[in-house]
Design a protein around this ligand. Sequence first.
Ligand code: GLV
Length: 308
Amino acid sequence: MSIALISKDRDFSKLQECILELDASIKVQKWPRVEDKTSVRMAVCWKIPPHTLQSFPNLQLIQSYGAGVSELFMDSTIPHHVPISRLILPSLAHDMLSYIQWRLKQIEFRGHTYEQQQKSIKWNPLEKVDMSVTPIGILGLGELGAKVATGLAEIGYKVNGWSLRKKDLPGVDCFDKMELNEFLSRVQILVCLLPLTPATEGILNLELFKKLLQPASIINVGRGPHLVDEDLLYAMDIGLISEAYLDVFSTEPLPGHHPFWNRSHIHITPHIASRTRAEDAAKLIVENYKRISSGMEAQFLVDRKVGY
Ligand code: GLV
């Protein structure tokens, strides 16, 4: 029995080391050099090429190397009978909260304006943005969204949260599926932390932007296809959105010719808001491997019907 580590864009050497440190008896094979495909019971996947999993006939678990699994769901070549598990790690939620706090601080202190001022050698102190009257909205109150929403509320931000089913979170005004418009009408800084499903694809569009308190800011740390790129550009041109902080993109890496690169009010990071650390992931991977090896169900399985 063995584990295969498969990714087009992450080097899994460290992960392999961390797994072996925890249990040296596990055979860990790093794709594309998987000698013994029939022995593979668990595949750890992050951005895998289509068809890759079809060559493992005895696979019992597909383990996502991230909190999101949409890439796996969207790949129709992934075997349907094999359960998929996602990574739920305290460090992912912690990092996501830090990233959002960083972006909120930039908004509060007008970091962007001062960067522009520096470029034109200008000294012009401005009032800070008053965050006590600048409501934040978290779209998606799952593992990460709920922790970000409560974490921000705890340190004094005014936080609204939206999810399909109503949640009850301390300090957060929660809204459900039917209350999206009411939620949007109370939000000036919108953070997208939704899972990507057919129902949420393209949700960040012009119609939605019009419903926010103006001028709004957008922080997208969900998935690129949540956002309709041309709608964002248009919404910025007509003054509905003042700043956009984007960490995820429909095509990653974001192609060099994409107009986002040259917009001074669009702030880009390369999908780093919450990046899985090998040390943390290895523990969960080894635990899940032990579970499936002894005929038990893996932890954090996703529901293929709902898509997360
Ligand atoms: C990152 O985007 C993840 O899904 O963990």
